[in-house]
Design a protein around this ligand. Structure first.
Ligand code: SAM
Length: 458
């Protein structure tokens, strides 16, 4: 592999080899800007004990204002803040995508984004927190990976994120629909070899060629869904030219794309590459040059293409109007649409109602809007999605718990019910919601989703 990388921009065999041999690991998280845990609380999460209060004491990632490096890897699973969606554990190089979006789509808003290869959802949560996008569709074709994508996105809480589970070919029917497309393609994975040295055994030139052919197929299938003038971000965690610059050359030669160049401070250590055939720009991250893992990113714009947009649409039935006064008190603001899905009600920002109808008719949706719950005898039986959502009202009864009780709740164990009013109550840690309990006379029912509960011991 090292031989195949010789001569690539920014590649330095000596320092690259040394950093892979050194055994250092870089730990980083990205904070959810819309879920900041209270700083005035006496609660201590494990996170705080391990590495100091992460908001205040950890060092910043240069290209992302919400990125933080941690001195050592804490036990994330035992930190309630992770389960509340306060942060996402993300490799630092990937966070650069936000920098590129902000530079190229500065001042733009109301854009529709597709994250085509989305699981487990790191880059979707990043796109969801950018002001440019008012709809983010996270797609994942591998069925077994959709669940973790769903869990991570429910925790993040953004109301405008949808999830689909389609082969890229399904997006052919959404011709010209998206303003922005991220294709973070499956690849040979060399950029993660420092983290997972075992994976080095899987690497071969044949595998690189196999991945490159698959990347072309994925792109070819999905590209019609990008509108003229729309931006395509293509990324991999491979160092191989065949999966990076060569793919970008192919896009520019055969698919009417032009390359966009980024202005990046040179002291960040990110290497700019120029593709051999069309001179397209790409950005290479090497762990011996930056504090993060291997990444390649190219930003491209779709040139003129002749097509006639017009998408199938399948409007979803609205919830019965008589339910509105029951639902509204659970929500922070007015201006949401209430849609019916079987016995459940979905809450959606009203401006996305039409988009929901288009997406429902063209792709297989796993999540659209936020599942609020079921109304039975004029009472809402709330769903977990609602507890974690940014749309939830502030005035719902809350049980603020300490670290020990937060972990008990997340293990789906029983909490003490002394002094609590009967009814649905949010369990909250450091001011952030973890889920629902229902207080009954003399006991509490814990509604934390059984398949998400923490099973690990200390
Ligand atoms: N973007 C994700 C993130 O930031 O968390 C990581 C994506 S990972 C590099 C590539 C994803 O592509 C995987 O989730 C994988 O299941 C999916 N994938 C595999 N084969 C695919 C195919 N033929 N078409 C589309 N996606 C595929």
């Amino acid at each position: 592999m090292l031989e195949s990388l010789n001569g690539l921009p920014g590649f330095d065999a000596g320092t690259f080899r040394n950093i892979h041999g050194a055994g250092t690991q870089v730990n980083s998280i990205r904070i959810n800007p819309e879920k900041n845990p209270g700083t005035n609380t006496t609660n201590q999460s494990l996170f705080q004990i391990d590495s100091g209060y992460w908001q205040l004491n950890s060092s910043p990632v240069q290209w992302n204002q919400y990125g933080r490096y941690l001195d050592k890897r804490p036990s994330y699973t035992l930190d309630p803040l992770l389960h509340a969606g306060a942060y996402y554990v993300q490799e630092a190089s990937s966070m650069f995508i936000a920098f590129a979006v902000n530079q190229l789509l500065n001042e733009k808003e109301n854009l529709k984004a597709l994250d085509l290869c989305a699981a487990p959802g790191g880059k979707t949560t990043l796109l969801a927190s950018l002001p440019q996008f008012n709809l983010v569709l996270a797609n994942e074709v591998i069925a077994s990976r959709v669940n973790i994508l769903y869990e991570n996105l429910v925790k993040w809480g953004s109301p405008h994120v949808f999830i689909s589970r389609n082969d890229p070919a399904a997006f052919g029917s959404l011709t010209g629909y998206f303003d922005f497309m991220l294709i973070d393609a499956p690849c040979s994975g060399s950029g993660l070899f420092r983290r997972d040295p075992e994976a080095i055994k899987e690497w071969s030139p044949q595998q690189v060629n196999y991945c490159a052919a698959r990347q072309q197929r994925i792109l070819e299938d999905a590209l019609p869904a990008l509108k003229t003038g729309g931006l395509l971000f293509y990324s991999t965690c491979s160092y191989s030219k065949e999966e990076n610059e060569d793919i970008v050359d192919w896009l520019c030669e055969h698919h009417q794309y032009t390359s966009l160049r980024l202005k990046i401070p040179s002291e960040w250590g990110i290497a700019e590459s120029v593709s051999p055939e069309t001179g397209a720009f790409g950005y290479r991250f090497y762990p011996d040059k930056i504090k993060g893992e291997g990444l390649f990113l190219a930003c491209l714009q779709k040139k003129n293409e002749v097509y006639s947009p017009g998408w199938k649409s399948r409007p979803v039935e609205k919830a019965d109007r008589t339910l509105y006064p029951i639902l509204q008190p659970w929500l922070r603001e007015s201006g949401y649409s209430f849609l019916k899905r079987e016995e459940n009600v979905i809450v959606l920002p009203s401006e996305l109602e039409e988009e929901q109808a288009v997406l429902a008719a063209n792709v297989q949706l796993r999540k659209s809007g936020t599942l609020a719950g079921t109304v039975i005898r004029n009472e809402l039986i709330p769903e977990h999605e609602l507890a974690l959502s940014l749309m939830i009202a502030e005035k719902i009864p809350v049980l603020e718990v300490d670290l020990e009780n937060a972990i008990r709740f997340l293990r789906k164990e029983i909490l003490a019910s002394d002094g609590l009013q009967k009814g649905w109550t949010l369990v909250s840690f450091a001011g952030l919601n973890l889920g629902w309990i229902k207080v009954l006379s003399g006991r509490i029912n814990n509604y934390y989703p059984a398949n998400w509960r923490i099973t690990m011991s200390k």
